[in-house]
Ligand binder design. Structure first.
Ligand SMILES: NC(=O)c1ccc[n+]([C@@H]2O[C@H](COP(=O)([O-])OP(=O)(O)OC[C@H]3O[C@@H](n4cnc5c(N)ncnc54)[C@H](OP(=O)(O)O)[C@@H]3O)[C@@H](O)[C@H]2O)c1
Length: 353
């Protein structure tokens, strides 16, 4: 009987401010008999890669607080967008050896669907794409790429036709880099202004196609945008002071595409917006959206599957990963997307392909 080491990351306490490794989560090593573990008609998945995403912080909350993402459960492993391989199967849809993308536990081996179930759980078979790591299914080909594509095709493309400038915050992450590359390719007339939190990230934005890129920690963002604006379209990955600076420089009839609000994810009281009045004063339209939430976002996500793989094959869209090797490093990976120490799509590599 193959008894294997099964490393896991367990959720143990709700943070009130920043997430802290070892305080809110705990790494454990257990043993598992992969031959005898009960599947209840499901599958046993061997984890290959699991994603660290900013929104996981929203899942770290008291379950009585309603929100778009299901809460993590104290005492249970974390789960998130993942890719793995079927180790055992009691479900005719999946054969041993199939590669699957889904919402799996932070554990070397876990049963899908398993006992913790919620609306984000899914599992689909995926092919191995030559030249791409399977982990791309949790980044450029997954939540990050598809969210950038969805927000842009729903709310950016039409507006771009009569616009001159696009400003992108949180621009060096997988959402931002996808967006810059896609917009550079499809709306080449736009002046793309990007901001991120280090010199290395600023260079990545330029390489991806930004015309202007700067480190928001080192300059006066409001003044810098005044030099390069006004802003016709603002892609907001951060909210907080950068959103305020964008509002100060938004053009009349400008558009804000609200993708994320990482500046306020950990309840920083200084992160809230002061220039809300600019929205009516400059006749601004704000569009929020969530990945695959509602029929239009679902349709956009499906359209992605036809349009984007050829652009990746042609090198127009590239995959940048920050890999954390082993589940023992998962806590650092979760923390990194909030401290900004990640560089590229943050993935935890849990096992071989
Ligand atoms: N609407 C949706 O369905 C959807 C789907 C996916 C992602 N999102 C959102 O999109 C945004 C980008 O996601 P991602 O996966 O590409 O993230 P990411 O770039 O890999 O990680 C987040 C980055 O945000 C920056 N950051 C952290 N705290 C900040 C602060 N206080 N002010 C400004 N920047 C800060 C850091 O980079 P710096 O070094 O630049 O500070 C960090 O690396 C996030 O807000 C995420 O929640 C939304």
């Amino acid at each position: 009987m193959p008894v294997v080491k099964n490393s896991k990351l367990i959720y143990i306490a709700h943070p009130t401010a920043e997430y802290q490794p070892g305080v809110h989560t705990k790494y454990v090593e257990e043993e598992l008999d992969t031959d005898t573990v009960t599947l209840n008609g499901g599958i046993l998945v061997r984890l290959i890669a699991v994603s660290s995403d900013p929104y996981m912080r929203y899942r770290m909350r008291d379950p009585s607080i309603p929100m778009f993402a299901p809460p993590l459960i104290i005492g249970e492993p974390l789960d998130n967008f993942s890719v793995g391989q079927v180790e055992r199967s009691e479900d005719a849809q999946y054969a041993v050896g199939d590669y699957v993308a889904g919402y799996f536990d932070f554990a070397n081996y876990s049963v899908y669907p398993g006992k913790t179930t919620h609306q984000f759980k899914f599992c689909v078979k995926v092919p191995k794409i030559p030249g791409l790591p399977l982990s791309a299914f949790v980044g450029t080909l997954g939540l990050a790429g598809k969210s950038a594509y969805t927000g842009w095709v729903l709310y950016g493309v039409e507006k771009a036709k009569t616009s001159k400038t696009l400003f992108v915050s949180g621009a060096a992450g997988p959402v931002g880099i996808f967006l810059i590359q896609y917009v550079r390719h499809t709306s080449p007339h736009l002046k793309i202004i990007a901001t991120a939190g280090s010199a290395e990230k600023v260079e990545l934005c330029k390489k991806a196609g930004a015309d202007v890129a700067f480190n928001y920690k080192e300059v006066d963002v409001t003044k810098t945008l005044a030099e390069h604006g006004p802003i016709d379209i603002y892609w907001d990955n951060t909210a907080g002071p950068i959103l305020d600076a964008a509002l100060s420089n938004i053009n009349f009839f400008g558009t804000i595409i609200a993708c994320g609000a990482i500046a306020e994810a950990s309840n920083d009281p200084n992160a809230y917006v002061k220039h809300f009045g600019k929205i009516f004063q400059h006749c601004v339209t704000v569009h929020g959206f969530l990945f695959r939430f509602g029929p239009e976002a679902e349709a956009a996500s499906d359209a992605f599957d036809k349009e984007i793989p050829p652009l990746i094959a042609a090198g127009k869209i590239t995959v940048h990963e920050h890999r954390f090797e082993g589940l023992k490093e998962a806590e650092k990976a979760l923390e990194s997307v909030h401290t900004g120490t990640n560089f590229g799509k943050t993935v935890i590599i849990a096992g071989a392909e």
